[in-house]
Design a protein around this ligand. Structure first.
Ligand code: ZN
Length: 605
């Protein structure tokens, strides 16, 4: 017993301490408390169980001899994800333990494999080749996954998630072409193919060298009694069960599983892509007599802006983050939504609802909707979409698809302030809608604000949320400049601003864990004096709703209502600018209807 328990404990403790030390160096695990995570605990437990299992069943010399083969995959996986979550600061740190569990289980892999190989050699020698082939392919899969993960991070600066995978799967040929173009030159693509073949060759050599080393070895078991055979049986069950359980909970299988789960975001958006053209054909205008007036309508879509950090919405906020908006908010041409919420705490879902006639309250699925862009085009406006998001940053798949339905789309890699330069270059049009999707306050915050602006925006370094507040103050200026420019040069008629979602200062924005400040968003509407004269009911209705709850999935009805471009996809009950607007604290929801807005703890303060 001593020969089993002591080495197992020593091995587990040593390995856990080593990993803890490495994680500490990464900076995200500063104190003992930060290690208290259930999945890390499971990781340690699995190390212990695997060691106990291996030490009690197998001969020590056998364990020692194949240690180099046993160590490769666990090191590859554990190192990759230690880097990802401990050093590259990816947000979903809670998954880290899953990769240690997988590493722990994978450590038993060669021992289990060779034990079965020996049986096959004796009983079914004809299957030897097939058995090695399976092992080679499996080793290839286990080796390539971490490299794909790292490669994706290097190319796109983030973790491959469901939304990225979704774009890959729903891609059309043109997008595959663009995707390869983003990846770079043919040299790089050929390089990738060679790297792929290289890993394949290495995987097979690896398995073959191991099988060769095991040739002619005596029984790997510690003893010959029945007890060891039973022990081996238990070990096999634990191993295969554990491995299966774990591999489906880590990258990349976990992503594919989420996508294919019924009603997943992937399936919803697939429906949107497939049906938009068909639905547009069924679109008719409800009140075509009104006609459209000349001029420009602007829709600004914010990013990660939390209204709690905007003085205009939250007067007790210590920093003056919104000098411009605070000033114009008191004029008769602006109406604000002080109780505006996002319908979902991530960009893709939130904007898929905001930009289309789907919302949480009607029973329309994404298969039966049209987009704001389609309505604008059918109403006779020229449409342009200016975006500071990465066009193929696959996580904006749904938005990109809607954006590219515009007459012109511009994908800028620059600060939000660059909007003005793009506006100057737009082809002339008498009647137009311009969508501007700013980079806003997406983390990392400081990177959103030009260096020469950082000291000018009046956000003191003593502000605990200095970097975030800087983005809010910067965009207050950017939106002011867009407004002033459009008023002067583009015959601005209306301007609507809302953010896709808010931001929690600790957890950013994510469906889990969910905090209500992730859906606290700014929202305002500007109507020019002449537009108000032509549509006298609009501003009084907007003003009367300023303190009524709004969720941004109703942006479609509200914006097309303000444009007076009402279609058979429009419903005045969802239009913030209509006297018939009916959202209130009893029915308002977020997260695809899962949470009530009235449960927001901030409302009780
Ligand atoms: Zn976003």
């Amino acid at each position: 017993m001593k020969k089993v328990i002591l080495p197992s404990l020593a091995w587990t403790a040593g390995l856990s301490l080593l990993i803890a030390l490495i994680l500490h160096l990464g900076g995200d695990f500063p104190d003992l408390r930060s290690y208290v995570q259930p999945r890390l605990g499971v990781g340690v437990l699995v190390f212990l169980i695997v060691s106990l299992g291996l030490f009690s069943v197998f001969d020590k010399a056998f364990l020692k001899k194949f240690f180099p083969w046993a160590a490769v995959l666990p090191i590859l996986w554990m190192a990759t994800f230690t880097w990802a979550y401990g050093f590259a600061s990816l947000p979903e740190k809670k998954h880290l333990g899953d990769y240690y569990v997988l590493g722990g289980v994978a450590f038993g892999l060669p021992y289990v494999y060779l034990t079965i190989t020996e049986e096959i050699n004796q009983r079914l020698p004809k299957l030897r080749f097939l058995w090695e082939l399976i092992a080679g392919l499996f080793a290839f899969f286990m080796t390539i996954c971490p490299f794909i993960y790292i490669g994706y991070y290097i190319l796109f600066g983030g973790e491959m998630d469901m939304f990225a995978m979704m774009a890959v799967r729903s891609t059309h040929m043109k997008e595959i072409h663009d995707f390869l173009a983003t990846m770079g030159s043919p040299v790089r693509i050929i390089g990738a193919v060679f790297a792929f073949l290289f890993v394949l060759a290495v995987s097979f050599t690896f398995v073959h060298s191991m099988v060769k080393a095991a040739r002619g070895m005596k029984s790997p078991l510690r003893g010959t009694s029945k007890g060891y055979l039973i022990g081996l049986g238990v070990l096999f069950v634990l191993f295969f069960g554990g491995f299966y359980r774990q591999i489906i909970h880590v990258f990349p299988i976990t992503i594919v599983r989420t996508m294919d789960s019924k009603g997943s975001e992937f399936q919803l958006l697939q429906k949107l892509t497939d049906n938009l053209d068909k639905n547009v054909k069924k679109m008719t205008f409800v009140d075509p007599g009104a006609g459209i007036t000349e001029g420009t309508h602007i829709v600004i879509i914010g990013e990660s802006a939390n209204r709690d950090h905007m003085k205009v919405f939250n007067p007790s906020y210590p920093e003056n983050t919104t000098p411009w908006l605070s000033f114009v908010a008191n004029t008769p041409d602006f109406a604000l939504g002080y109780m505006a919420y996002s319908n979902f705490p991530n960009t893709l879902m939130s904007l898929s609802y905001a930009m289309t006639s789907a919302n949480q309250y009607n029973d329309k699925s994404f298969a039966d909707v049209v987009s704001m862009v389609d309505v604008a085009k059918a109403a006779g406006y020229r449409t342009d979409w200016i975006s500071f998001h990465n066009r193929s940053s696959l996580s904006s798949a749904g938005v990109t698809m809607i954006a590219e339905r515009s007459d012109g789309s511009y994908w800028e890699k620059n600060y939000d302030g660059y909007t003005l330069e793009v506006l100057k270059k737009l082809p002339p049009a008498k009647k137009r809608v311009i969508f501007i999707n700013i980079d806003g306050s997406h983390y990392t915050y400081l990177a959103r604000v030009p260096i020469d602006k950082r000291d000018e925006l009046g956000i003191p370094s003593s502000d605990p949320y200095h970097d975030y507040d800087l983005t809010i103050a910067y965009d207050d200026e950017v939106i002011r400049d867009i407004f002033e420019y459009a008023k002067k040069n583009l015959n601005l008629q209306t301007m609507v601003y809302f953010s896709d979602h808010g931001e929690n200062m600790e957890h950013y924005h994510t469906a889990s864990p969910f905090y209500y400040d992730m859906v606290h968003i700014p929202f305002f509407v500007y109507l020019s004096p002449s537009y108000q004269a032509a549509h006298p009911g609009l501003m009084p209705a907007l003003k009367s709703h300023e303190h009524q709850v709004f969720t941004n999935d109703l942006a479609f009805d509200t914006v097309t209502g303000i444009w007076d471009a009402k279609t058979n996809y429009y419903n005045p009950e969802y239009d913030f600018s209509s006297p018939k607007y009916s959202l209130n604290m009893d029915n308002a929801r977020t997260m695809e209807g899962k949470h009530k807005i009235s449960d927001d703890p901030f409302l009780k303060k």
